[in-house]
Ligand binder design. Sequence first.
Ligand SMILES: Nc1ncnc2c1ncn2[C@@H]1O[C@H](COP(=O)(O)OP(=O)(O)O)[C@@H](O)[C@H]1O
Ligand SMILES: [Mg+2]
Length: 248
Amino acid sequence: MATSSPPVYVCRELVKRRLAATEGVAAGFELRVPRLKIHAGEVIVLRGQSGCGKSTLLDLLALALRPDTAETFSFRPEHREPTDLLRLWSRGDLNALGRLRGERLGYVLQTGGLLPFLTARENIALACRLLGRNPGGQIERLAERLGITAQLDKRPGQLSVGERQRVAIARAMAHRPGVILADEPTASVDPVTAVAIRELLLELVQKSGMTAIIATHDWMPEATLSGVQVLEHRIERDGALTRSLFWN
Ligand SMILES: Nc1ncnc2c1ncn2[C@@H]1O[C@H](COP(=O)(O)OP(=O)(O)O)[C@@H](O)[C@H]1O
Ligand SMILES: [Mg+2]
């Protein structure tokens, strides 16, 4: 763990609310991150029950969801100067946010999120194509590591759920982003396949030195797994408001 270099993410008092409109009374859901630092190469697990805000936090870290307020919210992918995300959001600079997201992040969704009309190979190549990059042998390399070489020319509808998730992992990694976000990537596959896919995801992430943030409602990583950190989490009830806090 390279904790001496400046963090990839720094959050202080980051807040996102999903409020119901009820006559001046705060009701609904509030995600709060009092403090969070994620360093390059760390694997972070967001663990908590359904509805506790895991996807909301991932979407904030994916630069896909605008925070309501924050003291600090910065992102520093790969040896660059930290980017003040609050400034980009308040300026409405969606181009800069989209560029950072497209180049620096890979996102694995719970049910894959693959495009049904593209083959596995075309899905995996998509981010590279959008960035105008040649994936070189990267697709074949990832496919081999993930055991999906024989599936590359099939469409998602012709694949099992587990194969689709492997393709989704390859797709998130093919453009070599520094950060991988994964939203319950094994929630929809059977338990045996889930263990195999988790191990592959962790192995790929840790061998390549990527930073990973993985949401799960059931998986507790083995304490022996080095470099894996489960975020602290607490739920507070405040009248009709449910506040969910994540921090480290
Ligand atoms: N787009 C949205 N609009 C309003 N409320 C939302 C929206 N997305 C999520 N929520 C609410 O925010 C809370 C957290 O949801 P979510 O982040 O999806 O939790 P998790 O991923 O842990 O299941 C839930 O109460 C959910 O109903
Ligand atoms: Mg979720």
